[in-house]
Design a protein around this ligand. Structure first.
Ligand code: C2E
Ligand code: CA
Ligand code: CA
Ligand code: CA
Length: 275
């Protein structure tokens, strides 16, 4: 399957044994992938835990490279951040995602990840609003996922961008909650709509009393502040039952579906409606 661009088994060329060489090659390939607009969003369903219905999708970047194979976002997003390529990559992924999301039922949400580095750019808000205008996708159906670190560094710029977008009707979700170091008061100085509970807590609900306490505490906190909650990485029915019993409003994870290409969404929705 070597070099056919379809196989995702191979990760890196074996002869590239040093980290530095590999990193340089990925960076070079990343530049041309962005120039050619070939990194594409796939979509993972967001499921309402009341009635277990799909209510939207999170866009997750997927890059299949001819020589390097499939490179996961955990590898290329940090490189894009370090090199400043994240701004161009973020814009093109967002444009693609808005076009794709226009084909979904009109009530569905598009959740899109925004890197803390993107939030250092004071023009981000304007560019997002411009892409919404250009694609005709409603800001009210958009939810931006932001991690805690964005709330710590460069708070002035991030806050201004977030305020601008919220005013246009965009919702803000705090991603990976519980893994960062922001204080509660730092977080509360931003207006949030949703908290996403990190997968590391959800995956240990069955074997860690600490994880259960933390998840219950986060759910209580969110309820107190009137925020919705999404549990990430829900993989089995026992996790789902615990989350529902403790008032979690939404879930996401392999129990429902992994991220799928845009073209597979009609079949996914058809299968759901036939349930
Ligand atoms: P994230 O935003 O926390 O995304 C959730 C990750 O968990 C995704 O990994 C998803 O595929 C994975 N996941 C979902 N459900 C399950 C499950 O049940 N079990 C397990 N084991 N994993 C599950 P992915 O797609 O590899 O993305 C990794 C990270 O890369 C994302 O974490 C996000 O921080 C970043 N990322 C992905 N796409 C983008 C993008 O378009 N822009 C930016 N800035 N970052 C992105
Ligand atoms: Ca996310
Ligand atoms: Ca997350
Ligand atoms: Ca994450």
């Amino acid at each position: 399957a070597r070099g056919d661009g379809r196989s995702c088994v191979r990760f890196f060329e074996p002869e590239m044994d040093t980290h530095v060489e590999r990193r340089i090659q990925i960076e070079r390939e990343l530049r041309s992938a962005i120039a050619a607009d070939i990194i594409e969003p796939h979509y993972q369903p967001l499921v309402s835990l009341k009635g277990e219905r799909i209510i939207g999708f999170e866009a997750l970047a997927r890059w299949k490279n001819r020589t390097l194979g499939c490179i996961p976002p955990d590898v290329f997003v940090p490189i894009a951040e370090e090199t400043g390529l994240i701004h161009a990559l973020g814009d093109q992924l967002f444009r693609r995602a808005c076009f794709d999301a226009n084909a979904w039922p009109g009530t569905f949400t598009l959740a899109f990840n925004v890197s803390p580095i993107q939030l250092r750019d004071p023009t981000l808000g304007l560019r997002i609003l411009a892409i919404l205008g250009e694609t005709g996708f409603s800001p009210r159906r958009l939810e931006l996922e932001i991690t805690e670190s964005a709330f710590m560094d460069n708070r002035g710029v991030a806050k201004a961008v977030i305020d601008e977008l919220r005013q246009a009707g965009v919702r803000i979700a705090l991603d990976d909650f519980g893994t960062g170091y922001a204080t509660l008061s730092q977080l509360l100085s931003f207006r949030l709509d949703k908290i996403k509970i990190d997968r590391s807590f959800v995956s240990h609900l069955d074997d860690s009393a600490d994880s259960r306490v933390i998840v219950r505490a986060i759910l209580g906190l969110a309820q107190g502040f009137g925020l919705t909650t999404t549990a990430e990485g829900v993989e089995d029915a026992a996790q789902l039952a615990y989350l529902v019993a403790n008032g979690c409003t939404e879930g996401q994870g392999y129990l429902f579906s992994k991220a799928v290409p845009a073209a597979d969404i009609p079949a996914l929705l058809h299968r759901e409606s036939g349930r």
